[in-house]
Design a protein around this ligand. Structure first.
Ligand code: 26V
Length: 803
């Protein structure tokens, strides 16, 4: 159908007319977008069916990746690229006077995630399909993804996101595969011929309706599935207000949580988690039963991966299905469950570890609670045998203690593998945060360093650089990203360096245009583009970056002989609506931007830009344009980071701490090709064990710090009154929990080195190319192969055989 552009045009026009009853001339860009989407879906439908059929008939093991977030971004152009028809479609549309870029522009981002954890899930789906692996995603079809961010007077304002407003071209509703999910009610215990059995009665039932999205692999005929569940009314209850029931039901898949710090939303969050897990497991079990007519081999044919603890109820839910519905003994059910579920941990921050109060949990999920109690009791008995009399240890490791259910403990006890997301993170889990569990289950712990899909973050986001690379090493790097290493000798090739520089320049120009359109601020595209884009959080230390820019401002004002290459500092970040401190930092960045950009003496050298509404589609313009990548978290706090990898793949150099995956990047590229600074993780953790450090000393003895801190509160920022006092206080009165002042001098030193290094363009490009060359290791293809081999035990389907 798409063999040449004429064929494409014919079917496009015909499809448009048939679907919308409009002539091409009358059609809107939305009609055109949906027509294209429908055509692609039809185009892949036989492969989609064949993939499912093949996976069933060949009895291959499959993995289901359960995640409360999938941050997919836009799908149209990536799908065209993966199918190898982008050019045909692009050219065909052009002849009709349609610009594919404009169509892409109006496609809404599927922004069903907050940040790294959700984007990782999306990268994994792309790698699974592209490697012909039988792996699917299970998530929630939120009506509203992560909020749209507006900046008003420098403050963040949140608006509901509306990605489904114009429909979604990729989803297929499967109403006949809907599943009932039960909440509330009571558990009846029955004694049936000497066997205790349990019935969950008087429940409130919600319908989970699946919407399937095809996940199209790159140049393969494998099409996997992302199944997103929508919450809908089931049977309308007789004794309850009908409208209220409808509202309550639909609210389960209405919003993605921007965080779980809100007390009042907690119950809804737990409902979402069980909704996802119960719908996914019931549907996986049903499909398994259809193929094998038994659940005894479930763990041999199915792997269930839980992305952080949000879907950890998969463990008691599978137990419920096996014990209550399948009537298996507890022991056999436990064996199957603990050989099916594996778990990734994504953070060691204690405030982010999930805990539920029994008061809240037990009434909502009474049978699941009973099962967790039983798991806990058996686990504690096992601990008692191992550590007789050590009540303290048992209490600390228990799943339920002091009226609280600890989700991470349930995950550790009920999974057969637990992994961290970068080497250092896994080591911290084993030796500190989860030390007691590592002692009991050393065989469970493993590391899987994160990765990113090079098909989106290089091939799609940066076609100019992709072409430049292919020109010298050929195109096989797209299938085998480790072949990017072939670029290494070209780091010393003047012609290649010039080509890379030209691409960077072009991409900086195009980002500068976006910035000018959004903010009205003209950007010097020969300035250094120094970028920090990520969720706003104190541990990520956007504040360190800000304080350093203030210091540079002061130097330009005060030191006549001070010279600096012009620099544009670019920030993009959303703060959780309830995270007061993070929102202050956003206001501070915008106040600084106002001050710096409007100062005629300073603004030729410094610009500060806050990019509104940072999201996947904007990120695709940001990474290719960056020179400097800010990865400056307090060491030990960033589990991995994945932005660092996206920057590196696009030739930006890191200024960063030895934290998360920065450490592995450092090991690959070598000390000459990355700017590191600051405390090590070891040093931070030692400080923490000894009650922190004295931030006041760093304020008192370092004039630079003293000056910028005073500027937070002395009227330097006009109309700010006492706005930034909480920031000042956090650094001085509350002893600077994230070691901002402690690392300031070291950071400023590293920034001077960045400036110096940039002045030597030949040297800079050499470093940049070495970074690109080593970035192949950080492709999620490598990560997914490791999961497939060491955790899931799944194997590629043979390509060609799917027709
Ligand atoms: C969530 C919350 C919510 C409550 C307030 C404090 C807080 C702090 C951190 C988080 C993050 C939750 C998990 C997460 O998104 N982790 C990220 O996962 C990425 C993929 O593995 C990884 O690259 C990032 O380093 C890690 O922060």
């Amino acid at each position: 159908m798409f063999s040449n552009k004429q064929c494409f045009q014919q079917s496009f026009l015909k499809k448009l007319e048939m679907t919308y009853g409009k002539s091409f001339k009358e059609s809107t860009i939305y009609d055109q977008y949906h027509t294209l989407g429908n055509m692609v879906r039809e185009y892949i439908s036989s492969d989609w069916i064949a993939t499912n059929e093949k996976q069933r008939s060949s009895h291959t093991k499959q993995v289901y990746y359960l995640s409360i977030e999938f941050l997919l971004g836009k799908l149209l152009v990536q799908n065209l690229l993966n199918l190898g028809i982008r050019e045909v479609v692009d050219e065909g549309l052009q002849e009709l006077g349609i610009d594919l870029r404009e169509i892409e522009e109006i496609e809404a981002d599927a922004g069903l995630g907050n940040g790294g954890l959700g984007r990782l899930a999306a990268c994994f789906l792309d790698s699974l399909a592209s490697l012909n692996l039988p792996g699917h995603g299970c998530g929630i079809r939120y009506k509203h993804g992560l909020f749209d961010q507006k900046i008003v007077d420098g403050f963040q304002v949140e608006l509901p996101e509306q990605w489904l407003r114009h429909g979604n071209a990729w989803e297929v509703r499967k109403a006949d595969e809907a599943i009932e999910i039960n909440f509330w009610g009571e558990v009846e215990t029955l004694n049936e011929k000497g066997r205790l059995s349990f019935r969950h009665v008087h429940t409130e039932t919600i319908m989970a309706v699946p919407y399937d999205i095809p996940i199209i692999g790159y140049e393969t005929n494998i099409v996997n599935t992302l199944r997103l569940w929508n919450a809908e009314p089931s049977r309308f209850p007789i004794h309850k207000d009908v409208m209220e029931y409808k509202r309550e039901t639909e609210s389960v898949s209405e919003f993605l949580y921007p965080d779980d710090t809100h007390e009042d939303g907690k119950i809804l969050r737990l409902k979402q988690q069980y909704f996802l897990v119960s719908a996914s497991l019931q549907s996986i079990v049903a499909s398994h039963r259809k193929t094998y007519s038994t659940l005894q081999n479930f763990h041999e044919k199915v792997a269930i991966h839980i992305n952080d603890t949000h879907p950890v109820l998969a463990i008691p839910e599978l137990m419920r299905i096996l014990v209550d519905e399948e009537q298996m003994d507890w022991e056999e059910a436990w064996f199957i469950t603990t050989n099916t579920v594996s778990y990734t941990n994504h953070t060691t921050l204690s405030e982010a570890l999930e805990k539920w109060s029994i008061h809240l949990f037990k009434p909502l999920l009474p049978r699941i609670y009973m099962i967790i109690e039983e798991i806990n009791e058996r686990f504690c008995r096992q601990l008692w045998n191992r550590y007789p009399g050590d009540w303290r240890k048992i209490e600390q490791m228990a799943i339920i203690a002091h009226g609280i259910v600890k989700m991470a403990h349930l995950a550790l006890v009920g999974s057969y593998r637990v992994n961290g997301v970068a080497k250092i993170h896994t080591e911290i889990l084993k030796n500190r945060e989860m030390k007691d569990f590592y002692e009991v289950y050393p065989e469970k712990f493993t590391n899987k360093t994160n990765g990113i899909t090079h098909r989106r973050w290089l091939l799609k986001a940066n076609p100019q650089l992709s072409r430049t690379i292919t020109d010298v090493i050929g195109a096989s790097w797209v299938h085998h990203p480790s072949e990017l290493m072939k670029l290494k000798p070209y780091a010393f090739d003047a012609g290649f360096k010039e080509a890379v520089q030209k691409v960077k320049q072009e991409r900086k120009k195009s980002l500068a245009q976006i910035i000018q359109r959004q903010t009205g601020i003209p950007i010097d595209d020969h300035s250094i583009f120094d970028v920090q884009v990520k969720r706003l959080h104190a541990y990520k230390r956007q504040l360190l970056n800000v304080l350093h820019i203030m210091y540079l401002y002061n130097r330009i004002k005060e030191e006549k002989s001070f010279e600096i290459h012009p620099r544009t500092f670019i920030f993009g970040a959303k703060a959780s609506p309830g995270y007061y401190y993070a929102k202050k930092i956003i206001k501070l960045i915008n106040s600084l931007a106002e001050k710096v950009n409007n100062d005629p003496q300073v603004s030729p050298f410094l610009k500060v830009i806050f990019l509104e509404n940072y999201r996947v589609s904007l990120a695709e313009y940001v990474f290719p344009a960056a020179d400097v990548s800010e990865q400056i978290s307090t060491a030990s706090k960033e589990a991995s980071g994945t932005g660092n990898m996206k920057f590196m793949m696009n030739g930006a150099l890191i200024i960063g701490t030895l934290d998360g995956a920065n450490i592995e990047i450092f090991e690959k590229v070598g000390a000459d090709n990355i700017f590191t600074f600051g405390l090590s993780a070891e040093e931070v953790l030692n400080y923490e064990q000894n009650g922190g450090y004295r931030s006041y000393d760093y304020y008192y003895y370092d004039k630079r710090i003293k000056k910028v801190l005073e500027q937070l509160i002395n009227g330097f920022f006009p109309n700010s009154f006492d706005l930034f006092e909480p920031i000042y206080d956090s650094l001085l009165m509350q002893n600077d929990q994230y070691y901002v002042l402690r690392d300031f001098a070291s950071y400023a030193g590293a920034q001077e080195k960045v400036n110096e290094a940039y002045l030597n363009q030949a040297g800079w490009l050499e470093r940049s190319i070495i970074n690109i060359a080593h970035s192949g290791y950080f492709s999620s293809d490598r990560t997914i192969r490791e999961y497939a081999d060491d955790i899931w035990g799944i194997h590629p389907l043979e390509r060609g055989t799917v027709v």
